[in-house]
Design a binder for this molecule. Structure first.
Ligand code: ZN
Ligand code: ZN
Length: 390
């Protein structure tokens, strides 16, 4: 039997696993039930299984018959704090928690890929490491902690691959790009302190709302005047909080936001600029500003040779006409950490189907994807590993 037929026989199983995970979603670092199922499944396959890595992470190691390189395949397991609005038989039973990004599918696909690959143990020269990580959605994320706890060693990982379901790409299509694929995603908080007072007597107060307003506008000058215009950057203030009453000048104001960049050096240059602008504006208006800045996931970089390799495999799985070059996304993805440590590639597995109404964006309370994508993902994982270990 060829790989495609082997995977086809397991379509019901991958769908059943996915729906079970979908019904029982768990938030970042709380994936207890999910990781227990993963652990049991991998043990059934006679893999070497390690649990509780980075809290709820699980790693299964498939040792081939002979020695050779080690290939890491990764899935993320966490859901989001969203109340599901889909009317489906496998709708989330956990109130306020939902698999709205497709990580239920990622976990199910990697499990079934482990099963298919375990049937080929005799042909494998080297090892496959199946990494099920907690918390992709919530910074600092599960990947970095798994790496700190040694997931890239024993045996040393030579190449790493992963995928993400993509509801912006039709099912049957695989999207990939060499080089940077997703952005560095950082976040900040600026606390502005003024002097509270009566709304009718502003001259006796220092108004943090006015300072905050000037600051929001001025921060955009970093994007337009301080960064090379051919280098993409986004600076978004997503939350402003100040005051409780219409006629009171409050004491403080808070600005929270995110900065997205595609280059680590540019990312590192931003806090100084933000601090300079925010503190000087505050001082100009007799107030004070304090910046807290947190560097998040780094840019995800697909290495050249491994990207070409994934394209070669995708040709076997979906055919040359069904591979698209995607553009870079300003979203973040902590698979980036694995790809800092090993060469490899991350790609989009198309999962949108307009006719079936499965075209809602990721993180929507109506998100759902076409399950026809699942066997394609299983086949991709399987062939990517097999092709390097035969
Ligand atoms: Zn997500
Ligand atoms: Zn995701």
């Amino acid at each position: 039997m060829n790989i495609k037929d082997e995977v086809k026989e397991l379509k019901d199983e991958v769908v059943r696993l996915r729906r079970d995970f979908h019904m029982h979603p768990e938030l970042a670092f709380e994936e207890e039930r999910t990781s227990q199922i993963v652990e049991n499944y991998l043990k059934e396959l006679n893999l070497e299984v390690k649990t509780h890595i980075s809290k709820t992470g699980v790693v299964g190691l498939l040792r081939g018959k002979d020695g050779g390189p080690t290939i890491l395949l990764r899935a993320d397991m966490d859901a989001l704090p969203i109340e599901e609005l889909n009317d489906i038989p496998y709708r989330s039973v956990n109130k306020g928690v939902m698999h709205a990004c497709g990580h239920d599918g990622h976990t199910a696909m990697l499990l079934v890929a482990a099963k298919v690959l375990s049937h080929h143990r005799e042909e494998i020269k080297g090892n496959v490491k199946f990494v099920f990580q907690p918390s992709e959605e919530k910074d600092p994320g599960g990947a970095i902690k798994m790496i700190e706890e040694g997931v890239m060693e024993n045996p040393h990982v030579d190449k790493a691959f992963g995928l993400h379901l993509g509801n912006m790409i039709p099912v049957g299509i695989i999207g990939i790009k060499e080089g940077v694929l997703t952005a560095e995603a950082d976040r900040f908080k600026i606390t502005i302190t003024g002097k509270g007072g009566h709304g009718a007597y502003p001259h006796t107060s220092v108004d943090p709302v006015v300072i905050a307003s000037h600051t929001v506008l001025a921060l955009q000058q970093i994007v337009s005047r301080e960064i090379d215009p051919v280098q993409p950057i986004v600076l978004t203030v997503g939350k402003i909080h100040s005051g409780d009453a219409f006629n009171v000048i409050p004491e403080t104001a808070e600005l929270l936001g995110t900065v997205r960049t595609l280059d680590k050096n540019i990312a590192r240059s931003v806090p100084e600029k933000m601090e300079r602008i925010s503190t000087h504006i505050a001082e100009a208006y007799r107030g004070k500003a304090k910046l807290e800045y947190h560097f998040g996931y780094p840019p995800l970089i697909n290495s050249k040779e491994e990207t070409q390799y994934v394209i070669k495999i995708a040709k076997q799985v979906v055919g040359e006409k069904h591979i698209v070059t995607v553009s870079v996304s300003m979203g973040g993805e902590d698979m980036a950490y694995f790809l800092e440590k090993a060469k490899g590639a991350f790609y989009w597995l198309g999962s949108m189907n307009k006719e079936k109404g499965l075209d809602k964006p990721h993180h929507s309370a109506y998100f759902n994807f076409d399950e026809d994508a699942l066997p394609i993902g299983v086949e991709m994982h399987t062939r990517i590993a097999l092709g390097l270990l035969k």
